[in-house]
Ligand binder design. Structure first.
Ligand code: NAD
Length: 359
């Protein structure tokens, strides 16, 4: 039987607790993994001077696959996001986030089955920023005034939003290929091309071109604000959504809300060589070490990973057990109970135990 070498990044905040729960159920379902544990994040930053040491990248490059817990990113100041750096360093251009309602989840909808395909390397996430009061920022403001006749206030900070044909073509193609392989009926390209004609406009133009190669799959486009309203009102009308980076980030959380919260929203960052599997949610620092948060989003990310490495049967088995547990509503964490203070809610580790008992 195959033994897989996979990098494990426990992350920080609740990361170690939820990744521990995932490795346990993967072992229990009979998939043999040799985990190469690589710490990254805030604690590592204090010890090693960087939140993302080269050894982490080297390990993923060697193993090709990683399972990753969330990593805290300081807001406004401090080090830049480890998550964004990993995606850029390994060219994990596609962020795949399936969001579907499991029977029994705490959602007002019963029929959501969306797949968010978020571009992961471009857009406002590329980290090209000009700080307020820096000399380069004043130069840029002058340059823009000269070239466009438009003035930017001198007390501004500026973030750059590049969107390319290359980046858009490969993400839209990824969305269509995913749709084809997984028998999905429609791809919706989401943008704000009415306002940002040269960045989102290009995203839309390229989306339309790529769509011509997939006549078997319906294609449409939606403006991002309307998309948000439509998703809240009638999510069942939508199937695969392909979005530039920032809209993809926001709509992923919106979709997580539709299916009962971040505790159930898995994700994968996929490139042509490497893949890193992680939940949509962050490190939820206030719950760190409390054995409280829902490990299912991370488990479902592990299930995406199992499918990716060809362990489809193990993945199906685990998903069935998890969906049975959700339907019963007994062995679940606080976020899946009628009220968050429900005394019958169980902890992160106990959810893993409950799953293992049923395998
Ligand atoms: P968050 O997703 O960590 O948490 C927001 C809230 O959602 C939590 O307070 C909690 O109420 C709920 N929640 C999240 N995960 C849950 C789970 N598994 N079970 C039950 N409830 C859950 O978002 P945040 O507070 O905005 O971010 C915290 C930190 O995480 C920030 O530093 C942020 O940058 C980082 N972050 C990391 C990633 C990543 O590593 N990929 C993704 C998003 C945010």
């Amino acid at each position: 039987m195959a033994i897989y070498n996979i990098t494990l990044i426990p992350g920080d905040g609740v990361g170690p607790e939820i990744t521990d729960a995932v490795t346990k159920i993967i072992q229990a379902v009979g998939v043999d993994v040799n985990w190469d544990i690589q710490d990254a994040g805030t604690d590592v930053y204090e010890k090693e001077g960087t939140p993302l040491p080269q050894r982490v990248i080297d390990s993923i490059k060697k193993n090709k696959i990683a399972l990753k817990g969330p990593v805290t990113t300081p807001v406004g100041t401090g080090f830049r996001s480890v998550n964004v750096a990993l995606r850029q360093e390994l060219d994990l251009y596609a962020c795949l986030r399936p969001c579907k309602t499991y029977k029994g989840s705490r959602s007002i909808y019963s029929d959501v089955d969306l797949v968010i395909v978020r571009e992961n390397t471009e857009d406002l996430y590329c980290g090209i920023e000009f700080k307020k009061d820096d000399a380069e920022t004043f130069e840029l403001i002058d340059f823009i005034a000269k070239k466009t006749g438009k003035s930017i206030r001198s007390d501004s900070g500026i973030s750059i939003k590049p969107i390319s044909i290359f980046g858009t073509e490969r993400i839209v193609r990824f969305a269509f290929e995913y749709a084809r392989k997984n028998n999905r009926r429609k791809v919706t390209s989401v943008h704000k091309a009415n306002i940002m004609k040269f960045s989102d406009g290009l995203f839309l133009e390229v989306s339309r071109e790529v769509a011509k190669d997939y006549p078997d799959i319906e294609f449409e486009d939606k403006i991002i604000d309307n998309m948000c309203m439509q998703l809240v009102q009638k999510p069942a009308l939508y199937d695969v959504l392909v979005l530039p980076n920032l809209y993809g980030d926001i709509v992923s959380d919106l979709a997580a809300g539709l299916i009962g919260g971040l505790g159930l929203a898995p994700g994968a960052n996929i490139g042509s060589v490497y893949a890193v599997f992680e939940a949509t949610h962050g490190s939820a620092p206030k719950y760190k070490g409390l054995n409280k948060v829902n490990p299912m989003a991370m488990m479902l990310s592990g299930i995406l990973m199992l499918r990716h490495i060809g362990e489809g049967c193990a993945a199906d088995h685990l998903e069935k057990v998890i969906s049975d547990i959700i339907a019963e509503g007994k062995d679940v964490t606080y976020d899946m109970k009628p009220t968050p203070d429900d005394p019958t809610s169980i902890g992160t580790a106990e959810v893993a135990d409950a799953i293992i008992r049923r395998l």
